[in-house]
Design a protein around this ligand. Sequence first.
Ligand SMILES: Nc1ncnc2c1ncn2[C@@H]1O[C@H](COP(=O)(O)OP(=O)(O)OP(=O)(O)O)[C@@H](O)[C@H]1O
Ligand SMILES: [Mg+2]
Length: 261
Amino acid sequence: MNDEINKAIEIENLNKTFKMDSGELTVLKDINLCVEDGEFLSIVGSSGCGKSTLLRMIVGLDRDYSGSILSYGKPIEGSGVDRGMIFQESRLFPWLTVEKNIAFGISKKVSSSRKKELVNEQLELVGLSSFAKAYPGQLSGGMKQRISIARALINKPKILLLDEPFGALDAMTRINMQQEILKIWEKEKTTMILVTHDIDEAVYLGNRVVVLSSRPGRIKKIVPVELSRPRDRSNYDFTYIKSQIYNEFFTKVENPFSYNI
Ligand SMILES: Nc1ncnc2c1ncn2[C@@H]1O[C@H](COP(=O)(O)OP(=O)(O)OP(=O)(O)O)[C@@H](O)[C@H]1O
Ligand SMILES: [Mg+2]
């Protein structure tokens, strides 16, 4: 297979500037990045460095940039069923049941019996089959995120973009959700691109961790995580990789309680 076609995402010389009344705001600068088919890529960077903007461009929601973004060799010309996204904030419709939320993105052409089948498959995958008729307001934060994952996976996207999907969850639920997403990654072979503030999560899940500089976001470093799975968070190599990434953000200054991010 042609090498370029095998790349899930290929970003070349990407620059993004927002034009506002008060002037221009450059958010991303000189981004060059390839994501392999089936890879799990983590992206970390400080708040406001352009992570969500980057995902929005990859998913096709923002096309106002310079440079190029290809997916399997083709330019991204808008959103498509081959790319799913889980947003930073929950976007479930509170007035629809769980099953209707999950079915929302399925093409109108799909028969209702097939639709039901697809929804049930997803509910099973995220372990919430018994909540099909519940409303989002009746679910915990972790359950809502699992429904968001099911909804994003309903069209079997080749690429799943995750924008801080577990940011609002407590530590235990977060660890469970990380296991769930790994299970899906292993089963479905979906290419995953995860944005997170949590360095531990980035290293635990990613094949590589991209470190972005503060705004304008540039690629500061790409750290490979060559550790076998399942990974052990207490392992020396795991901790060492984490510390390498921490060092990109935190520079010790005179006051030991004050850090520069
Ligand atoms: N539609 C917009 N118009 C103008 N500026 C925008 C717009 N969207 C984002 N920005 C600006 O672009 C910068 C990057 O925003 P973005 O949401 O990508 O950051 P982020 O890295 O995802 O931050 P966080 O970690 O807090 O989610 C911010 O300074 C933000 O104010
Ligand atoms: Mg963001």
